[in-house]
Design a protein around this ligand. Structure first.
Ligand SMILES: *[C@@H]1O[C@H](CO)[C@@H](O)[C@H](O)[C@H]1NC(C)=O
Ligand SMILES: *[C@@H]1O[C@H](CO)[C@@H](O)[C@H](O)[C@H]1NC(C)=O
Ligand SMILES: *[C@@H]1O[C@H](CO)[C@@H](O)[C@H](O)[C@H]1NC(C)=O
Ligand SMILES: *[C@@H]1O[C@H](CO)[C@@H](O)[C@H](O)[C@H]1NC(C)=O
Length: 399
């Protein structure tokens, strides 16, 4: 091995070692997240690994004594200690979220925060049901893009599908993907944890999958708008101005990021707010268009059915969790999430009414007309055959 290579290897291992010894505090619990039932208990281990220079007292505290307590509240550590483990028993008293944290006096140097996030819940079964409901709405929302694509493909036409809705949808999911992917990038995730030291990354792997898939599906729909029959449909000036406005906001924010006025994390949060505002408005042009045409032909009701299923289940999951963790604030305290879910459902109901009630007759009539045309064609064919067969008959000129 060359000398320079050896030095590099030594340097890299040294750097790695430093990072590791820096990242892992010398005082830590064997877990960071724990779930308990009411009146249930669980034992965790607190470990100290590095020698401490002076006699130290550790204080173990929880925020809400009515939710969670530990059987140990104070530990005296003599200065001769360099490795020790303690068993701590946690007792859940009422449902809710709490954190057990350790403070030391005098403060231990180079120790990050030592804590365990604890959830005390009513029932493990409800937690399981909540997870299953979560997977069902993830699937419903993911496949909700396909009925529209299928309908366009079968009709070889996008007449009836609003182009403003289509382009706003792409922009919304691009921004949402940026938020999700961004929060998984190490530097930005670090910004998040610096700001929320005991928080959980709000983005899960299936959020990333969902949003990237949504971008692909909505882009394919836009491509369909180019290649299939579209009559005189186009993206309206209102939608173009709205998108230019969003573009300007994003540009200004990017400049601010470059000037270090705001962090990337803030930029991503603004992206997610723009995505929310798009969700708020994107269905309006489609509803208006259906109203003007007095028809929903070309606008897939399967898409709305799946969107509706997903919306209802996501709200159901929020309610199950709110009960299981007695955390109603997360439902009603976060008006954007709950309000948007509710608003989507209201739009879906309007589309159901347009499709089945208001313009149900028109839709049926147009469907009938199309069939009549086909039947006429067949009649002509049969008639002409009749004629050719019976051309010698006197009434053949009737053909
Ligand atoms: C928990 O224990 C208390 C006191 O023993 C009792 O009153 C309460 O009903 C119990 N709660 C549950 C959910 O078991
Ligand atoms: C540190 O603790 C040990 C044992 O608990 C005690 O004997 C000693 O006096 C303490 N030292 C100081 C400086 O407080
Ligand atoms: C502990 O502290 C005492 C008094 O402060 C000191 O004399 C002794 O050397 C220390 N022991 C260790 C292992 O550092
Ligand atoms: C707390 O509970 C643990 C586990 O049951 C036990 O080992 C420990 O001695 C208890 N500590 C106190 C101060 O009771």
């Amino acid at each position: 091995m060359k000398r320079s290579t050896l030095i590099t290897v030594v340097l890299i291992s040294y750097t790695l070692f430093c990072c590791v010894s820096y990242t892992y505090a010398n005082l830590f619990f064997n877990t960071t997240d724990l779930t308990l039932l009411v009146n249930d208990s669980s034992t965790i281990t607190l470990t100290l690994t590095d020698p401490i220079p002076e006699n130290t007292t550790l204080f173990l505290t929880t925020k809400h004594k009515d939710i969670l307590t530990a059987n140990v509240s104070q530990i005296e550590v003599p200065n001769s200690t360099n490795y020790k483990k303690w068993q701590v028993k946690l007792l859940g008293h009422d449902v809710g979220h709490d954190i057990l944290k350790v403070d030391s006096l005098p403060p231990l140097k180079e120790t990050g925060e030592t804590f365990v996030r604890v959830t005390v819940q009513h029932s493990n079964e409800l937690a399981l049901i909540s997870e299953i409901v979560g997977w069902i709405y993830f699937v419903a929302w993911s496949i909700s893009f396909y009925p529209q694509m299928y309908e366009n493909w079968v009709r070889k036409s996008v007449v009836g599908l609003n182009f403003d809705f289509t382009v706003l949808n792409v922009l919304g999911f691009v921004l949402y993907s940026m938020f999700n992917i961004g929060l998984w990038m190490p530097e930005i995730e670090k910004e998040y944890f610096d700001r929320n030291p005991r928080g959980l990354n709000p983005v899960q792997l299936n959020d990333i999958f969902f949003s990237i898939h949504a971008v692909v599906a909505t882009v394919i729909t836009v491509i369909q708008c180019y290649i299939y029959e579209r009559a005189d449909q186009h993206v309206s000036w209102t939608a173009k101005l709205i998108m230019i406005f969003y573009g300007l906001i994003l540009t200004v924010l990017l400049v601010f990021v470059n000037l270090n006025k705001i962090m990337w994390l803030d930029f991503l949060y603004y992206c997610s707010y723009i995505k929310l505002s798009i969700t708020l408005i994107k269905y309006i042009p489609q509803g208006v268009m259906n109203y003007k045409r007095k028809s929903t032909i070309g606008w897939s009701i399967g898409n709305i059915f799946l969107d509706f299923t997903g919306g209802i289940l996501s709200i159901l999951q929020m309610i199950i969790n709110a009960y299981n963790y007695n955390d109603w604030a997360s439902v009603f305290g976060d008006p954007t999430k709950f309000g948007l879910g509710l608003l989507s459902i209201i739009f879906d109901i309007i589309f159901f009414l347009q499709h089945y009630v208001f313009y149900g007759g028109n839709n049926y009539q147009e469907f009938e007309n199309r069939n009549v045309v086909e039947v006429d064609d067949q009649d002509e064919v049969t008639n002409s055959e009749d004629c050719s067969e019976s051309s010698d008959k006197p009434d053949s000129q009737l053909c």
